[in-house]
Design a protein around this ligand. Structure first.
Ligand SMILES: NC(=O)c1ccc[n+]([C@@H]2O[C@H](COP(=O)([O-])OP(=O)(O)OC[C@H]3O[C@@H](n4cnc5c(N)ncnc54)[C@H](OP(=O)(O)O)[C@@H]3O)[C@@H](O)[C@H]2O)c1
Length: 343
Protein backbone atom coordinates (compact mmCIF):
# COMPACT_ATOMS: atom_id res chain seq x y z
CA UNK A 1 0.00 0.00 0.00
CA UNK A 2 1.26 3.47 -0.82
CA UNK A 3 2.13 5.68 2.12
CA UNK A 4 -0.11 8.65 2.77
CA UNK A 5 0.93 12.24 2.53
CA UNK A 6 0.24 13.57 6.03
CA UNK A 7 -0.31 17.33 6.11
CA UNK A 8 -1.06 20.10 8.58
CA UNK A 9 -3.07 22.89 6.99
CA UNK A 10 -4.21 26.30 8.20
CA UNK A 11 -7.73 25.69 9.58
CA UNK A 12 -8.59 29.36 10.22
CA UNK A 13 -6.91 32.73 10.52
CA UNK A 14 -5.33 32.82 14.00
CA UNK A 15 -6.75 35.50 16.29
CA UNK A 16 -4.36 36.63 19.00
CA UNK A 17 -2.10 34.01 20.55
CA UNK A 18 -1.64 31.00 18.23
CA UNK A 19 -3.59 27.89 19.20
CA UNK A 20 -3.26 24.28 18.08
CA UNK A 21 -6.86 24.50 16.81
CA UNK A 22 -5.69 27.01 14.19
CA UNK A 23 -4.33 23.99 12.30
CA UNK A 24 -6.03 20.91 10.83
CA UNK A 25 -4.61 17.46 10.13
CA UNK A 26 -5.41 15.64 6.89
CA UNK A 27 -4.10 12.79 4.80
CA UNK A 28 -3.82 12.86 1.03
CA UNK A 29 -2.06 10.70 -1.52
CA UNK A 30 1.52 11.40 -2.42
CA UNK A 31 2.04 13.36 -5.65
CA UNK A 32 2.82 10.42 -7.94
CA UNK A 33 2.07 11.79 -11.38
CA UNK A 34 4.83 11.55 -13.97
CA UNK A 35 7.45 14.12 -13.06
CA UNK A 36 8.04 17.07 -15.37
CA UNK A 37 11.49 17.49 -16.78
CA UNK A 38 13.85 18.51 -13.97
CA UNK A 39 11.23 17.93 -11.27
CA UNK A 40 11.85 15.90 -8.12
CA UNK A 41 9.63 14.21 -5.52
CA UNK A 42 10.80 15.00 -2.00
CA UNK A 43 10.21 13.38 1.37
CA UNK A 44 10.48 15.80 4.28
CA UNK A 45 12.73 14.60 7.12
CA UNK A 46 13.24 17.66 9.33
CA UNK A 47 11.28 20.87 9.84
CA UNK A 48 12.59 24.23 10.98
CA UNK A 49 10.41 26.65 12.96
CA UNK A 50 10.66 30.41 12.49
CA UNK A 51 8.91 33.27 14.23
CA UNK A 52 8.10 34.70 10.82
CA UNK A 53 5.73 31.77 10.15
CA UNK A 54 3.24 33.54 12.42
CA UNK A 55 3.32 36.51 10.05
CA UNK A 56 2.74 34.26 7.01
CA UNK A 57 -0.54 33.09 8.61
CA UNK A 58 -2.01 36.61 8.58
CA UNK A 59 -4.15 37.85 5.73
CA UNK A 60 -1.81 40.72 4.96
CA UNK A 61 0.79 41.86 2.48
CA UNK A 62 4.23 40.66 3.44
CA UNK A 63 7.46 39.67 1.77
CA UNK A 64 5.78 36.34 0.85
CA UNK A 65 2.08 35.77 0.09
CA UNK A 66 -0.04 34.73 3.07
CA UNK A 67 -0.73 31.02 3.60
CA UNK A 68 -4.36 30.49 2.59
CA UNK A 69 -6.93 28.83 4.83
CA UNK A 70 -6.95 25.14 3.84
CA UNK A 71 -3.40 25.28 2.46
CA UNK A 72 -0.41 23.35 3.82
CA UNK A 73 1.47 25.53 6.30
CA UNK A 74 4.66 26.91 4.78
CA UNK A 75 7.82 25.97 6.65
CA UNK A 76 11.51 25.43 6.06
CA UNK A 77 12.61 21.81 5.84
CA UNK A 78 15.30 19.36 4.84
CA UNK A 79 14.03 16.62 2.55
CA UNK A 80 15.38 13.58 0.75
CA UNK A 81 15.01 13.27 -3.04
CA UNK A 82 12.82 10.17 -3.52
CA UNK A 83 12.36 10.31 -7.30
CA UNK A 84 14.22 12.47 -9.75
CA UNK A 85 14.35 13.41 -13.40
CA UNK A 86 17.21 15.76 -12.67
CA UNK A 87 20.86 14.62 -12.59
CA UNK A 88 21.77 17.64 -10.46
CA UNK A 89 19.34 16.43 -7.76
CA UNK A 90 19.89 12.67 -7.66
CA UNK A 91 17.72 10.23 -5.72
CA UNK A 92 18.89 10.03 -2.11
CA UNK A 93 20.33 13.57 -2.05
CA UNK A 94 19.33 15.90 0.80
CA UNK A 95 17.94 19.32 -0.09
CA UNK A 96 16.74 22.36 1.84
CA UNK A 97 13.75 24.52 0.98
CA UNK A 98 10.28 25.66 2.01
CA UNK A 99 8.42 22.34 1.71
CA UNK A 100 5.95 22.86 4.54
CA UNK A 101 4.16 20.77 7.11
CA UNK A 102 3.76 17.61 5.04
CA UNK A 103 5.53 14.35 4.24
CA UNK A 104 5.92 14.73 0.47
CA UNK A 105 6.32 17.64 -1.94
CA UNK A 106 7.27 18.29 -5.53
CA UNK A 107 10.10 20.69 -6.37
CA UNK A 108 11.80 22.07 -9.44
CA UNK A 109 15.05 24.02 -9.89
CA UNK A 110 12.98 26.73 -11.59
CA UNK A 111 10.88 27.33 -8.45
CA UNK A 112 11.03 30.84 -6.96
CA UNK A 113 12.97 29.26 -4.10
CA UNK A 114 14.75 26.30 -5.72
CA UNK A 115 15.83 23.22 -3.73
CA UNK A 116 19.34 23.75 -2.34
CA UNK A 117 21.60 20.68 -2.07
CA UNK A 118 23.17 20.16 1.33
CA UNK A 119 26.97 20.23 0.98
CA UNK A 120 28.81 17.00 1.90
CA UNK A 121 29.15 16.58 5.68
CA UNK A 122 26.34 19.01 6.49
CA UNK A 123 23.60 17.35 8.55
CA UNK A 124 19.94 18.45 8.37
CA UNK A 125 20.22 19.99 11.84
CA UNK A 126 23.28 22.00 10.81
CA UNK A 127 21.61 23.11 7.61
CA UNK A 128 18.45 24.33 9.33
CA UNK A 129 19.98 25.64 12.55
CA UNK A 130 23.39 27.02 11.71
CA UNK A 131 23.68 27.49 7.98
CA UNK A 132 20.06 28.47 7.40
CA UNK A 133 18.59 31.91 7.72
CA UNK A 134 19.48 32.24 11.35
CA UNK A 135 23.22 32.85 11.07
CA UNK A 136 22.87 34.91 7.89
CA UNK A 137 20.25 37.15 9.50
CA UNK A 138 22.43 37.78 12.53
CA UNK A 139 25.52 38.30 10.38
CA UNK A 140 24.13 40.80 7.88
CA UNK A 141 22.07 42.58 10.53
CA UNK A 142 25.18 43.26 12.57
CA UNK A 143 27.74 43.73 9.81
CA UNK A 144 25.82 45.41 7.00
CA UNK A 145 22.97 47.21 8.76
CA UNK A 146 24.64 47.75 12.13
CA UNK A 147 28.17 48.45 10.87
CA UNK A 148 29.64 46.60 13.85
CA UNK A 149 33.18 47.44 15.01
CA UNK A 150 35.36 46.08 17.80
CA UNK A 151 34.86 47.71 21.17
CA UNK A 152 31.27 48.73 20.54
CA UNK A 153 28.41 47.86 22.88
CA UNK A 154 25.81 45.60 21.27
CA UNK A 155 22.50 44.67 22.88
CA UNK A 156 20.53 41.69 21.50
CA UNK A 157 16.90 40.96 22.39
CA UNK A 158 15.45 37.40 22.27
CA UNK A 159 19.11 36.54 22.81
CA UNK A 160 18.39 32.90 23.68
CA UNK A 161 16.51 32.22 20.45
CA UNK A 162 17.84 31.01 17.12
CA UNK A 163 18.66 34.38 15.58
CA UNK A 164 19.55 36.10 18.84
CA UNK A 165 22.00 33.43 20.00
CA UNK A 166 23.85 33.75 16.70
CA UNK A 167 23.87 37.56 16.97
CA UNK A 168 25.34 37.39 20.49
CA UNK A 169 28.19 35.16 19.35
CA UNK A 170 28.95 36.94 16.08
CA UNK A 171 29.04 40.32 17.84
CA UNK A 172 31.40 38.90 20.45
CA UNK A 173 33.63 37.30 17.81
CA UNK A 174 33.77 40.67 16.03
CA UNK A 175 35.19 42.16 19.24
CA UNK A 176 32.07 43.86 20.62
CA UNK A 177 30.88 43.97 24.21
CA UNK A 178 27.54 42.14 24.22
CA UNK A 179 24.53 42.35 26.52
CA UNK A 180 21.63 39.94 25.95
CA UNK A 181 17.97 40.19 26.88
CA UNK A 182 16.03 36.94 27.37
CA UNK A 183 13.22 35.39 29.38
CA UNK A 184 14.15 33.41 32.51
CA UNK A 185 17.27 32.74 34.56
CA UNK A 186 18.19 29.50 32.77
CA UNK A 187 18.08 31.09 29.33
CA UNK A 188 20.08 34.09 30.56
CA UNK A 189 22.73 31.79 32.02
CA UNK A 190 22.96 30.06 28.64
CA UNK A 191 23.31 33.41 26.85
CA UNK A 192 26.16 34.38 29.19
CA UNK A 193 27.78 31.05 28.31
CA UNK A 194 27.70 32.08 24.66
CA UNK A 195 29.92 35.06 25.47
CA UNK A 196 27.54 37.82 26.51
CA UNK A 197 29.01 39.95 29.27
CA UNK A 198 25.59 39.95 30.91
CA UNK A 199 22.01 38.99 30.14
CA UNK A 200 18.91 40.74 31.44
CA UNK A 201 16.02 38.49 32.44
CA UNK A 202 13.19 40.73 31.22
CA UNK A 203 10.57 38.61 32.98
CA UNK A 204 12.05 39.21 36.42
CA UNK A 205 14.20 42.34 36.13
CA UNK A 206 13.50 46.00 35.36
CA UNK A 207 14.68 46.05 31.75
CA UNK A 208 15.11 49.81 31.20
CA UNK A 209 16.90 50.33 34.49
CA UNK A 210 19.25 47.36 33.99
CA UNK A 211 20.10 48.54 30.45
CA UNK A 212 21.04 51.98 31.79
CA UNK A 213 23.31 50.38 34.40
CA UNK A 214 24.95 47.93 32.01
CA UNK A 215 25.41 50.42 29.16
CA UNK A 216 26.59 53.63 30.87
CA UNK A 217 28.03 54.99 27.59
CA UNK A 218 24.98 53.93 25.58
CA UNK A 219 24.21 51.18 23.10
CA UNK A 220 26.08 51.38 19.79
CA UNK A 221 24.01 48.63 18.13
CA UNK A 222 20.58 47.54 19.36
CA UNK A 223 19.81 44.27 17.51
CA UNK A 224 16.08 44.00 18.16
CA UNK A 225 14.07 40.83 17.59
CA UNK A 226 11.17 41.77 19.87
CA UNK A 227 9.84 45.33 19.47
CA UNK A 228 7.44 46.86 22.02
CA UNK A 229 8.89 47.54 25.45
CA UNK A 230 12.24 46.03 24.50
CA UNK A 231 12.68 48.40 21.57
CA UNK A 232 11.63 51.40 23.60
CA UNK A 233 14.10 50.55 26.38
CA UNK A 234 16.92 50.18 23.84
CA UNK A 235 16.09 53.46 22.12
CA UNK A 236 16.19 55.16 25.52
CA UNK A 237 19.81 54.01 25.89
CA UNK A 238 21.03 54.50 22.34
CA UNK A 239 24.52 55.99 22.08
CA UNK A 240 25.33 59.04 19.93
CA UNK A 241 25.34 57.85 16.28
CA UNK A 242 24.01 54.49 17.48
CA UNK A 243 22.09 52.09 15.21
CA UNK A 244 18.84 50.29 15.97
CA UNK A 245 18.75 47.21 13.75
CA UNK A 246 15.12 46.14 13.32
CA UNK A 247 15.30 42.38 12.84
CA UNK A 248 11.87 41.36 14.15
CA UNK A 249 8.96 42.35 16.38
CA UNK A 250 7.88 39.05 17.88
CA UNK A 251 6.13 40.71 20.84
CA UNK A 252 3.53 41.99 18.39
CA UNK A 253 3.02 38.97 16.11
CA UNK A 254 0.03 37.68 18.09
CA UNK A 255 -1.54 41.13 18.52
CA UNK A 256 -4.94 41.75 16.92
CA UNK A 257 -3.97 45.35 16.25
CA UNK A 258 -0.38 46.50 15.78
CA UNK A 259 0.81 47.84 19.15
CA UNK A 260 1.68 51.57 19.34
CA UNK A 261 5.24 52.32 18.31
CA UNK A 262 8.02 53.43 20.65
CA UNK A 263 7.12 56.67 22.45
CA UNK A 264 10.68 57.95 22.55
CA UNK A 265 11.71 58.32 18.90
CA UNK A 266 12.86 61.86 19.71
CA UNK A 267 15.84 60.18 21.33
CA UNK A 268 17.01 59.06 17.89
CA UNK A 269 17.07 62.72 16.92
CA UNK A 270 18.87 63.88 20.06
CA UNK A 271 21.49 61.14 19.67
CA UNK A 272 21.73 61.43 15.87
CA UNK A 273 20.95 57.72 15.81
CA UNK A 274 19.56 55.59 12.99
CA UNK A 275 16.89 52.86 12.95
CA UNK A 276 16.72 50.51 9.97
CA UNK A 277 14.86 47.34 9.12
CA UNK A 278 16.21 44.60 6.87
CA UNK A 279 15.29 41.25 5.36
CA UNK A 280 17.77 38.42 5.23
CA UNK A 281 16.31 37.35 1.86
CA UNK A 282 17.90 40.43 0.30
CA UNK A 283 21.33 39.09 1.21
CA UNK A 284 21.10 35.60 -0.28
CA UNK A 285 23.46 36.60 -3.10
CA UNK A 286 26.07 37.46 -0.45
CA UNK A 287 25.89 34.13 1.39
CA UNK A 288 29.47 33.26 0.36
CA UNK A 289 30.79 36.41 1.99
CA UNK A 290 29.09 35.50 5.29
CA UNK A 291 30.19 31.85 5.20
CA UNK A 292 33.80 32.89 4.55
CA UNK A 293 33.80 34.42 8.03
CA UNK A 294 31.28 32.15 9.79
CA UNK A 295 32.67 28.84 8.41
CA UNK A 296 36.07 28.98 10.16
CA UNK A 297 34.39 30.08 13.43
CA UNK A 298 32.03 27.12 13.20
CA UNK A 299 34.82 24.70 12.28
CA UNK A 300 36.90 25.84 15.25
CA UNK A 301 33.91 25.62 17.61
CA UNK A 302 34.07 29.34 18.41
CA UNK A 303 30.60 29.79 16.91
CA UNK A 304 28.19 27.30 18.42
CA UNK A 305 24.68 26.47 17.39
CA UNK A 306 22.09 24.87 19.57
CA UNK A 307 19.05 23.02 18.28
CA UNK A 308 15.97 22.33 20.35
CA UNK A 309 14.66 19.12 18.76
CA UNK A 310 11.06 17.88 19.03
CA UNK A 311 9.95 14.56 17.57
CA UNK A 312 6.88 13.47 15.67
CA UNK A 313 4.54 14.68 12.97
CA UNK A 314 1.65 15.05 15.42
CA UNK A 315 3.67 17.58 17.45
CA UNK A 316 4.15 20.04 14.59
CA UNK A 317 1.57 22.72 15.58
CA UNK A 318 2.50 22.67 19.25
CA UNK A 319 6.16 23.01 18.30
CA UNK A 320 5.48 26.31 16.55
CA UNK A 321 3.75 27.55 19.69
CA UNK A 322 6.97 26.98 21.66
CA UNK A 323 8.55 30.05 20.00
CA UNK A 324 5.80 32.33 21.30
CA UNK A 325 5.95 30.85 24.79
CA UNK A 326 9.72 31.25 24.91
CA UNK A 327 10.17 27.49 25.40
CA UNK A 328 12.96 27.08 22.83
CA UNK A 329 16.68 27.56 23.43
CA UNK A 330 18.44 28.04 20.13
CA UNK A 331 16.88 26.86 16.88
CA UNK A 332 13.54 25.06 17.11
CA UNK A 333 13.53 21.91 14.97
CA UNK A 334 11.33 18.82 14.62
CA UNK A 335 12.31 15.44 13.28
CA UNK A 336 9.50 13.74 11.37
CA UNK A 337 9.11 10.23 12.73
CA UNK A 338 7.69 7.78 10.21
CA UNK A 339 6.73 5.08 12.76
CA UNK A 340 4.57 7.18 15.06
CA UNK A 341 0.81 6.89 15.54
CA UNK A 342 -1.38 9.34 13.61
CA UNK A 343 -3.00 12.26 15.49
N1 LIG B 1 14.59 40.32 9.32
C1 LIG B 1 14.77 39.06 8.95
O1 LIG B 1 15.13 38.76 7.80
C2 LIG B 1 14.55 37.98 9.95
C3 LIG B 1 14.97 36.64 9.68
C4 LIG B 1 14.79 35.67 10.67
C5 LIG B 1 14.19 36.03 11.89
N2 LIG B 1 13.78 37.32 12.09
C6 LIG B 1 13.18 37.73 13.36
O2 LIG B 1 14.03 37.33 14.41
C7 LIG B 1 13.24 37.12 15.58
C8 LIG B 1 13.59 35.75 16.17
O3 LIG B 1 13.08 34.76 15.28
P1 LIG B 1 13.54 33.22 15.40
O4 LIG B 1 12.83 32.52 14.31
O5 LIG B 1 15.02 33.15 15.50
O6 LIG B 1 12.86 32.76 16.75
P2 LIG B 1 13.57 32.43 18.15
O7 LIG B 1 14.34 33.62 18.58
O8 LIG B 1 14.24 31.12 18.11
O9 LIG B 1 12.28 32.25 19.08
C9 LIG B 1 11.55 33.34 19.47
C10 LIG B 1 11.95 33.85 20.86
O10 LIG B 1 11.38 35.13 21.04
C11 LIG B 1 11.13 35.35 22.41
N3 LIG B 1 9.77 35.92 22.57
C12 LIG B 1 8.60 35.38 22.14
N4 LIG B 1 7.58 36.18 22.47
C13 LIG B 1 8.12 37.24 23.12
C14 LIG B 1 7.58 38.41 23.73
N5 LIG B 1 6.27 38.65 23.72
N6 LIG B 1 8.43 39.28 24.32
C15 LIG B 1 9.77 39.04 24.34
N7 LIG B 1 10.33 37.95 23.79
C16 LIG B 1 9.53 37.06 23.20
C17 LIG B 1 11.20 34.00 23.12
O11 LIG B 1 12.35 34.00 23.96
P3 LIG B 1 12.28 34.50 25.50
O12 LIG B 1 12.19 33.25 26.31
O13 LIG B 1 13.53 35.26 25.66
O14 LIG B 1 11.03 35.33 25.65
C18 LIG B 1 11.41 32.99 21.98
O15 LIG B 1 12.28 31.94 22.33
C19 LIG B 1 11.79 37.25 15.17
O16 LIG B 1 11.33 38.55 15.48
C20 LIG B 1 11.84 37.06 13.66
O17 LIG B 1 10.76 37.66 13.00
C21 LIG B 1 13.96 38.28 11.15
Amino acid sequence: MNPKNRQWTLARRPQGMLQEEDFAYRETTIPEAALDEGQVLLQNLWLGFDATQREWLKDQEGYLPPVGVGEVVRASSVARVLRSTNPALPEGALVQGLYGWQDYALAHPGDALPPALLPPGVTPEMALAALGGTALTAYFGLVDVGGIAAGQTVVVSAAGGATGSMAVQIAKLRGARVIGIAGGAAKCAWVRGLGAEDCIDYRNEALAERLRTLCPDGIDIAFDNVGGAHLEAMIACIAPRGRVVLCGQIAGYDAQQPPPGPRNLMNLIYRRARMEGFLMLDYLHRTGEAFAELGPWMASGELRWEADVQEGFHRIPQTLLRLFRGENMGKQLLRIDRQEAQP
